[in-house]
Design a protein around this ligand. Structure first.
Ligand SMILES: Nc1nc2c(ncn2[C@@H]2O[C@H](COP(=O)(O)OP(=O)(O)O)[C@@H](O)[C@H]2O)c(=O)[nH]1
Ligand SMILES: [Mg+2]
Length: 365
């Protein structure tokens, strides 16, 4: 298979100390350069893309399910084993003791007390006072998780005409740049043309990291020297997307916290310049969350998501966590759909979030 899926990822390589661009801060928008990739694109040529492409089809079926199943292996190993342990003999009486034990096992996946209580209540409502089989309980839990995860607007936005602009935000190291690489691959595979904007001008290594992704994917990148105003990069990325009639422009940003006032203002400026170029843009502001960061860290991102006007979540690094249940409090606390989940460092290790497949993968598979 031609797809690159090595443990030693592009992101790792790019995280090496900067050797490339000069470190002269330049604030002139003209200083940013648009560098077309010179490596052959692995995905189909843009020319072969349909003139009026439909929104990127969410891949459904076995492929996605097995990918999610693989990514959730650690969580499933814990949750599945824990729940099976409740059934030492064939059936078990559902009483307070059973329900308490079930609750304790559920919250080990970081799903939090509210979702776990709802599951406990559902199992109690259906089975209290009865002897049940393991499979019945698993089925009921799966259905309850499915219903808690249900969401509208899970699809990636697509502008009615012109380029769709996606801004990617979050704290340092959450997986923004890697997620952009994977999302770009996903969009290229769906025959969309795109331009990347290296808006994390804080570190030269961040620009290099995105450049490596653009070369692997075979798409254009707009970038500048370290220290360039990220708003000027955003502006020129959108300009480039308009010029070459790209379907998507995806703009990376430096990691930031809500408490960093100047950086939050910088984000507002980025939004303003994008909107000036294309009214209504950015069409999507994706918040990248690190699934391994724990429930508290994720809860703290709520204020950030509101301040930054986020429209959807990418939950990265689910593969590295045994706490995949964290998606439940995310759905509960953020009034935002989860759009993609990150399941590894490779180009293909991302899936459009599908609540049903996700719930199944948590417990079955
Ligand atoms: N296992 C795993 N690692 C990831 C995933 N997404 C990102 N990473 C790794 O997390 C680290 C930080 O990612 P990066 O994209 O640079 O974060 P950024 O600072 O938000 O741009 C890198 O080592 C990535 O390879 C994922 O879905 N799974
Ligand atoms: Mg980055």
């Amino acid at each position: 298979m031609a797809f690159w899926r090595s443990k030693k990822s592009a992101a790792d390589t790019a995280a090496a100390p900067a050797t490339g661009p000069a470190n002269t801060p330049v604030n002139d928008p003209e200083s940013a350069t648009s560098v077309p990739s010179d490596s052959p694109p692995p995905a189909p040529e843009p020319e072969s893309a349909p003139a009026n492409p439909e929104p990127a089809e969410k891949p459904k079926g076995g492929g996605v399910f097995s990918k999610i199943t693989g990514g959730l292996q650690k969580t499933r190993r814990v949750l599945g084993t824990d729940i099976r342990d409740l059934f030492k003999s064939a059936g078990r009486l559902v009483d307070d003791e059973f329900l308490d034990e079930l609750f304790a096992r559920l919250i080990r996946t970081d799903m939090g007390t509210k979702p776990a209580n709802l599951i406990r209540d559902e199992v109690a409502k259906k089975y209290r006072g009865r002897v049940v089989e393991l499979e019945e309980v698993i089925q009921t839990i799966t259905e309850e998780i499915r219903s808690q995860l249900r969401q509208d607007d899970g699809d990636l936005a697509k502008a009615k005409s012109g380029p769709t602009v996606i801004l990617v935000v979050g704290v340092n190291g959450s997986g923004k740049t890697t997620s952009i690489g994977k999302l770009s691959h996903y969009l290229r595979a769906a025959r969309y043309s795109l331009v990347l904007g290296a808006g994390d001008t804080f570190r030269a290594a961040a620009v290099e990291q995105l450049t490596i992704w653009s070369e692997r994917i075979g798409c254009e990148i707009v970038k500048g020297n370290k220290g360039v105003d990220p708003a000027s990069i955003a502006y020129q990325t959108v300009e480039k997307a308009l010029e070459i009639k790209a379907d998507y422009a995806i703009i990376d940003t430096a990691g930031r916290l809500q408490t960093q006032k100047n950086l939050m203002q910088e984000l507002q400026k980025i939004r303003r310049v994008i909107e000036k170029k294309i009214p209504g843009a950015p069409h999507e502001v994706l918040l990248v969350l690190d699934a391994t960061a724990g429930q508290n860290a994720i809860s703290q991102a709520k204020g950030f998501s509101e301040a930054a006007g986020c429209t959807g979540i990418v939950l990265a690094k689910l593969d590295g966590s045994a706490k995949g249940g964290v998606v439940l409090p995310i759905r509960d606390q953020f009034q935002l759909p989860v759009k993609f989940v990150g399941l590894g460092e490779g180009m293909q290790d991302m899936a459009a979030f599908d609540p049903d497949s996700f719930a199944d993968a948590l417990l079955k598979g």
